[in-house]
Design a protein around this ligand. Structure first.
Ligand SMILES: [Zn+2]
Length: 301
């Protein structure tokens, strides 16, 4: 009995010590929302040890045709910081973030990210404005991390040292990832391919890949007859031996063109819809896409 009593006392005193240690008014971590899983992953890495970032688009949805639910609008209104790519990708955020000032961070507006227009890829129908798929380039991901740290440190200076230490860590990892991707793709980089939608301009330029065209310049629109005919010609002429589908979009057009042709079909995921959201997602996503490209272009996929 004394033993039990003694143990009870020690448990109680531990609880009391925890309560006391937790008492000094430690500010809540900032409420941060990131729109897509790869951005959320980078933000989650920066915030490790401080708090958890919230992911706006989870599951197999495309930011190109997403609509906000009333609960999303409330989450956005309550956030200290919303991190998004920008109007060309998440057009549904333009209105809710109108006048949000420093409560929003549009990465396309960050000069260090050096956003550039779409490559037409030879397809008909160019789009105006910068290509929003900046996160697929790991070197630009380092600039994303820097922009996020700068803004977070400003709204939450108490944790700035942690954010900066995390960012230094992540940046080293991203630089190593860049090297690994370059080494993996170098042997197959010169072989042309067709991507499902025009999302891989930054990635392709970074590693010297040769996109020959896209089924969909804009994934919300079905490719026109001319685009399909031109891509089918590339395939039947043997110019292109590999085409990629994506989990978010209907792959039947790709399969129709591939029917009866020596066309390998690979799968690229620009968003990581099948992956567990969190700090590890970004690297896992880029490694999976790199393997898919190496396999399909290399003729083993
Ligand atoms: Zn896209």
């Amino acid at each position: 009995m004394r033993l039990i009593h003694g143990r009870l006392i020690s448990i109680c005193s531990v609880i009391a010590m925890i309560a006391i240690a937790g008492t000094p008014a430690k500010a809540d971590p900032p409420r941060v929302i990131a729109t897509i899983a790869p951005l959320h992953s980078l933000v989650a890495s920066v915030m490790a040890g401080v708090g958890e970032a919230d992911l706006l688009l989870s599951g197999p949805v495309s930011p190109h045709d997403f609509a906000l639910a009333p609960s999303d609008v409330r989450r956005i209104a309550a956030a200290d910081l919303v991190i998004w790519v920008g109007a060309p990708l998440e057009s549904f955020l333009v209105k809710p973030l109108d006048g949000a000032g420093d409560r929003q961070l549009s990465l396309l507006k960050v000069p260090a990210l050096n956003a550039v227009p779409f490559d037409s890829g030879g397809n008909d129908g160019d789009r105006a404005g910068p290509d929003p798929h900046i996160w697929l380039d790991p070197v630009r991901a380092i600039a994303i991390v820097t922009a996020v740290v700068d803004r977070l440190s400003r709204i939450d200076p108490d944790n700035a040292a942690t954010y900066r230490a995390n960012a230094a860590d992540i940046s080293d990892r991203l630089a190593a990832l860049d090297e690994a991707i370059r080494a993996r793709l170098q042997p197959v980089a010169s072989r042309p391919f067709i991507a499902f939608h025009d999302a891989y301009g930054y990635f392709s330029r970074r590693y010297g890949l040769q996109p020959a065209g896209y089924f969909a310049v804009d994934p919300q629109r079905r490719p026109g007859a001319r685009t399909i005919a031109r891509l089918a010609d590339l395939v039947s002429a043997g110019t292109v031996a590999c085409a990629f589908v994506e989990p978010q979009f209907d792959a039947r057009i790709v399969e129709a063109i591939a029917a009866g042709q020596p066309l390998r079909i690979g799968r690229l995921d620009p968003l990581g819809v099948d992956l567990e959201p969190g700090p590890a997602l970004y690297e896992t996503l880029l490694k999976a896409n790199t393997e898919a490209i190496a396999d399909c272009l290399g003729g083993t996929g």
